[in-house]
Design a protein around this ligand. Structure first.
Ligand SMILES: O=C(O)C1=C[C@@H](OP(=O)(O)O)[C@@H](O)[C@H](O)C1
Ligand SMILES: C=C(OP(=O)(O)O)C(=O)O
Length: 670
């Protein structure tokens, strides 16, 4: 996941390949709750692992459910519809998960304990009054701890004998379908007689009720229904675990990749996006996004558990759609509309205003930043397409809404070749923590940005480059370590850095089984981070780096690190030889006295004894060798910015490089 303050997505040109998507949020949280209420153990396969499921799991653990995770499988032992009596009041934090807050409110109101349910500030602005009213009719005891009609809530124990089950329970369905879902999931706890639920007002987001009914059936509860107005939970209903249950991939998450297939042209080989884990026969209503995508021109094939999408009509065809049945995925259509042949209108979407943010306003604001003309009203949005000269580079605010972040990534396919900045990209953690990594695994950019930081030994370029990479969410290449690892491989093969061994060392270098993970350098799986940091290994590195055949072998290896969303590379010839087209090149220096002092401190802190004088003369010898070698000597690229950090703190150096980088970006302030 990208935990950076922002993520710059370079202009993208194509996309092709296969993605496997994480589990459905709606299925995951329903299955977890049903498994928790049932008796016995349920094994859940391919559960979504995200903020929304984590808050549900934490709540269920607090209730006393047994939960064991092993890989993508989770075993959950339910409480059999009964809480241990006399437990303390439980505070439960439910983040911004509607699928946790609403169903748990209903279930806990009937379970008998005392609870306080709260969430993030936005959750305290998301309505729950219609559900609380329905539960209160029944005799449940729920108080508002903040604003009436909104969480946080206090739930008090209820006397099951006093529940009013004779009259139908009336619930409004026109604000959120989750209120009806919550009642359907929880009321079997009280079904000593038939319980009837009547929906008041036009039910929205109907397909989510189908998911609820489908999963209830798998847990042994056969709800009878009359259209969308009346639902009966038969007397004696009991949750019974199906044993094993598989979670489909999330159809709403699939919408971004379906859109990607519709917008992007493929590269050589495969020219489509294949999505695995969900197919057209999904139980999730958002799968009907493919109908809308087809209307706009996408070519979609599907089979059991897979979809294959490619570009059809181009530009896309404008659409006018009642999107009430696909409230989440429809946001993706609003961005696809930028690539259409006329204005597109999405109607009947008033519920967008009470989700993670006011999504109608959020989409309108951010689409306008890209240059689009947008009209909106209480329950619709109309998006006019953008012509090439109309596109603007924009810093997209995401309002802590995962879907805003995800759907705006599709703006990176703009024909003007502009990058898109996504602010607070970590909001995707709600349902799809690795969204951007998954996007980057199939997207192609004509130009992946590179920042080069070259400089002499002990100038601090490693620390600076790693930190800049971390702050930008870019990959990091410590090219010096490649030479160090080559030196180590050379030693281990019994060779030395003499010209007669050059070809052999080059062959070793070309095939280095090298990985950088979490600040470690792994050679064939072995952590060699410490071994390559000794002074002797530094000397070997410097020597092998003078061998032209070794440098050539390592060139391709280094260039392969240039991957989306970008790269920060440190070394001695990054800007001059390896990435001569880098957008920013920094030549980092510090006086030999300063560098010797830093290195001295470093070694002393590791308990290695040395003297300042010897370090300084070693450094000077190494500088001389590095700058006089015949191949790619250490010298600043012509277009490099010089940074002497002798008098700067590491933070000041980082700020300077980030400022230079920002100066090169076309983004206006957010
Ligand atoms: O029941 C569910 O799993 C959901 C129902 C929908 O909410 P509304 O019914 O509030 O539209 C949807 O937007 C949400 O992401 C998930
Ligand atoms: C509306 C959404 O979430 P929630 O389940 O919190 O309602 C969503 O995921 O788009």
């Amino acid at each position: 996941m990208f935990s950076t303050a922002f993520l710059d997505i370079p202009a993208l040109a194509g996309a092709s390949g296969t993605v496997r998507l994480p589990g459905s949020k709606s299925i995951s949280n329903r299955v977890l709750l049903l498994a928790a209420l049932a008796s016995g153990t349920t094994t859940v396969h391919d559960l979504l692992d995200s903020d929304d499921t984590r808050v549900m799991l934490d709540a269920l653990r607090a209730l006393g459910c047994g939960i064991d995770a092993a890989g993508s499988t989770l075993r959950i032992t339910g409480i059999g519809g009964q809480l241990k009596p006399g437990g303390p009041m439980l505070p439960l934090f439910l983040g911004n998960a509607g699928t946790a807050m609403r169903p748990l409110t209903a279930a806990l109101s009937l379970l008998g304990g005392e609870f306080e349910l709260s969430g993030v500030p936005r959750m305290h602005e998301r309505p729950i009054g219609d559900l609380v009213d329905a539960l209160t009719q029944l005799g449940c005891r729920i108080d508002y701890l903040g604003n009436p009609g909104y969480p946080p809530l206090r739930i008090r124990p209820v006397d099951h004998g006093a529940l009013v089950l004779d009259a139908p329970i009336r619930v409004r369905g026109d604000v959120s379908s989750q209120f009806l879902t919550a009642l359907l999931l929880a009321l079997p706890l009280a079904a000593r007689k038939d319980i009837v639920i009547e929906v008041v007002g036009e039910l929205i987001s109907k397909p989510y009720i189908e998911i609820t009914l489908n999963l209830l059936a798998r847990f042994g509860i056969a709800v009878q229904r009359e259209g969308w107005e009346r639902f009966t939970i038969p007397a004696g209903s009991r949750y019974s675990s199906p044993g094993d249950i598989h979670v489909e991939a999330d159809a709403s998450s699939a919408s971004y990749f379906i859109a990607l297939g519709a917008i992007a042209t493929g590269a050589s080989g495969q020219d489509s996006i294949r999505i695995e884990g969900v197919g057209a026969d999904s139980i999730q209503g958002d799968i009907r996004f493919i109908e809308a995508a087809r209307q706009m021109g996408a070519q979609v094939d599907s089979g059991p558990n897979w979809l294959d999408v490619r570009r059809g009509a181009w530009p896309l065809k404008a659409i006018d759609l009642d999107a009430n049945h696909i409230p989440d995925a429809a946001m993706t259509l609003a961005v696809m509309a930028l690539y259409a042949d006329g204005p597109s209108t999405l109607r009947n979407i008033a519920s967008w205003r009470v989700k993670e943010t006011d999504r109608i306003d959020a989409m309108a604001n951010e689409l306008r930043k890209l240059g689009a003309t947008v009209d909106s009203g209480p329950d619709f949005i109309r998006v006019h397409p953008l012509e090439r000269p109309g596109w603007q580079a924009a810093s997209i605010r995401t309002y802590d809404d995962h879907r805003v972040a995800m759907c705006f990534s599709l703006a990176a396919f703009n024909p003007a070749g502009l990058p898109v900045r996504i602010l607070e990209p970590h909001c995707v953690a709600k349902t799809f923590p690795d969204y951007f990594e998954t996007l980057f695994s199939v997207a192609q950019a004509p130009e992946v940005p590179v920042i080069c930081i070259d400089g002499p030994t002990a100038s601090g370029k490693g620390t600076l480059a790693a930190e800049v990479a971390r702050l930008l969410g870019y990959h990091y290449l410590d090219s010096g370590s490649l030479y160090r690892v080559t030196g180590l491989a050379m030693r281990r093969a019994g060779l030395s850095a003499e010209p007669q061994h050059e070809a052999q060392i080059a062959a070793l270098a070309a095939a280095l089984p090298l990985h950088f993970t979490e600040g470690k350098v792994l050679l064939a799986g072995e952590d060699v981070s410490d071994e390559i940091r000794t002074e002797a290994a530094g000397m070997d590195a410097s020597r092998v780096s003078t061998l032209p055949a070794v440098r050539a072998a390592l060139l391709a290896l280094q260039q392969r690190f240039r991957q989306l969303p970008g790269l920060v590379a440190d070394g001695r010839d990054m800007g001059t030889v390896i990435f001569p087209d880098a957008a920013l090149k920094v030549f980092l220096t510090a006086s030999a006295a300063q560098r010797a002092e830093r290195r001295h401190k470093q070694l002393i802190s590791k308990g290695i004894s040395t003297t300042l004088d010897s370090l300084r003369s070693d450094l000077e010898a190494r500088d001389a060798r590095d700058s006089s070698r015949s191949v790619a000597p250490l010298k600043p690229a012509q277009d490099a910015r010089h940074l002497d950090n002798s008098q700067l703190s590491i933070e000041q150096s980082i700020d300077q490089v980030l400022n230079w980088w920002q100066e090169k970006q076309p983004f206006k302030p957010a």
